[in-house]
Design a protein around this ligand. Structure first.
Ligand code: B12
Ligand code: SF4
Ligand code: SF4
Length: 372
């Protein structure tokens, strides 16, 4: 079926998207790359990606008769994200969860297209809660070019783009690929604190701080803790160093934050110590609706311990010592690591070792004591 492309674009822009493109409803050659990436184990413990691989690479499993993707992007560039007093947070995560805000805008767009005559249920909606290769779809719809950081960068808006999409049965004129390339630049590859960009366009998630601080449920590998620096949740280094950053402001798009890009109140009131001491009631009362929920409460407390260790701030010591008695061994292990950085002569390490029964935590306590 047909619908005026100009109307689709207008409706999408009205929903607050900054970029709209039309492209094929399949990931094309990117599907093979995705499968090779999985085969190489680069997804780490994100088993859901492998579980959904078949759906991700087979558009006919999304809706019957998919013909086009309406690719959408929101420019979320803005000031660096951090808790008051320190502890950096990836910019996308400062606001309310984009799965909700972009999801709502995308669903509203679907309803508007249904009001224009598209049959109900004929359109599938992103963003990334559903298994789709969103970058591939955006690239093929001309939203941006594939950058060496693996991201989709708009030549006019830059790299801070969140993606969403509608998979439709509509016949829409496909957009040309976006102009622009990384050229000879390699800044992101050099600046990545963990060497996670293992080749141009390819990230080994297991080394990426966005994986270790958000998706990983267990211990952060020891060799990635110091490179984490002061990143509490996610990492923006490969976007910050990119020469395309700042294009959004030049295009008049990012100086003012729309309401749903304003920082979540928890991120304006909690400090790193507050996060370390976060109990279950406060987690539910204060942190609902932020993307940081994805890390789980004790995962976020684990991250806070690593950052406090890296900051080597002795005023954090009393809280770290209290956390040596935490019920969760994951937290105790990272707290022992942190005390080893802040104050390895702290007597509480010895007494904790005397009562500790978990073998991983015992090892962490011994490692910390060896730094004396
Ligand atoms: C899993 C995941 C992650 C993982 C793995 C990231 C990765 N690079 O693979 C982790 C947790 C590390 C992560 C981190 C981030 N993510 Co993420 N993530 C996803 C998710 C859910 C799936 C991505 C995926 O399937 N990865 C597997 C790789 C193989 O696929 P891909 O990333 O799409 O890569 C494509 C290209 O790189 C290309 N390709 C791959 N290998 C090769 C090799 C060659 C030679 C070539 C030519 C091409 C090529 O083909 C792939 C398919 O199109 C998507 C949402 C979705 N459903 O798509 C969001 C998504 C990709 N993430 C997003 C964001 C914003 C981020 C972060 C910036 C967040 C942050 N600041 O902390 C970082 C950026 C890290 C980075 N440099 O990629 C955005 C990206 C927006 C954009 N403009 O590109 C997405 C689309 C979410 C959204 N709805 O907006 N993410
Ligand atoms: S998000 Fe950070 S750790 Fe991950 S690839 Fe980019 S610079 Fe490296
Ligand atoms: S920093 Fe350079 S190489 Fe990396 S994505 Fe930006 S332009 Fe490309």
């Amino acid at each position: 079926m047909r619908i005026s492309p100009a109307i689709v674009r207008e409706l999408a822009l009205e929903q607050g998207f900054d970029l709209v493109g039309f492209g094929p409803a399949d990931p094309g050659p990117h599907a093979e790359r995705f499968l090779a990436w999985l085969d190489a184990g680069r997804h780490g413990d994100m088993h859901w990606l492998a579980r959904d691989a078949d759906k991700i690479t087979r558009p006919e499993s999304w809706i019957p008769g998919p013909r086009s993707t309406i690719a959408l992007a929101r420019d979320y560039g803005g000031p660096p994200g951090a808790l008051p007093g320190g502890g950096r947070v990836a910019r996308y995560a400062m606001a309310r969860d984009y799965h909700r805000t972009l999801g709502r805008a995308t669903r509203t767009l679907r309803e508007q297209l249904e009001a224009e005559g598209v049959p109900r249920g004929a359109i599938k909606v992103g963003p990334d809660a559903v298994p789709l290769l969103e970058r591939a779809l955006a690239l093929r719809a001309g939203i941006g070019f594939l950058a060496k950081s693996a991201g989709v960068i708009s030549p006019t808006r830059g790299p801070y783009l969140l993606l969403s999409e509608l998979i439709t049965p509509l016949e829409l004129p496909f957009d040309d690929p976006a102009a622009g390339t990384c050229g000879t630049c390699t800044r992101c590859i050099e600046a990545c604190p963990t060497g996670a960009i293992v080749a141009p366009h390819e990230v080994d998630a297991r080394r990426c701080l966005s994986y270790t601080t958000i998706e990983l449920r267990g211990s952060i590998p020891a060799e990635l803790r110091e490179p984490q620096g002061d990143w509490l949740f996610g990492c923006d280094v490969c976007l910050e160093v990119c020469p395309f950053t700042g294009r959004g402001r030049a295009a008049g798009g990012t100086g003012v934050r729309p309401a749903d890009l304003r920082p979540h109140p928890a991120l304006e009131s909690y400090t790193l110590l507050g996060v370390l001491e976060l109990d279950a009631a406060a987690w539910d009362a204060d942190w609902t609706g932020t993307p940081l929920r994805r890390a789980n409460r004790n995962g976020l407390r684990r991250n806070a311990a690593v950052v406090l260790g890296n900051l080597r701030d002795e005023s954090a010591l009393p809280a770290l010592v209290r956390a040596l008695a935490d019920p969760d061994p994951l937290v105790r292990e990272h707290v022992a690591w942190a005390i080893g950085r802040v104050a390895p002569r702290e007597p509480a390490l010895e007494s904790a070792l005397g009562r500790e029964t978990d073998s991983t935590v015992r090892r962490a306590l011994r490692d910390a004591l060896e730094r004396r």
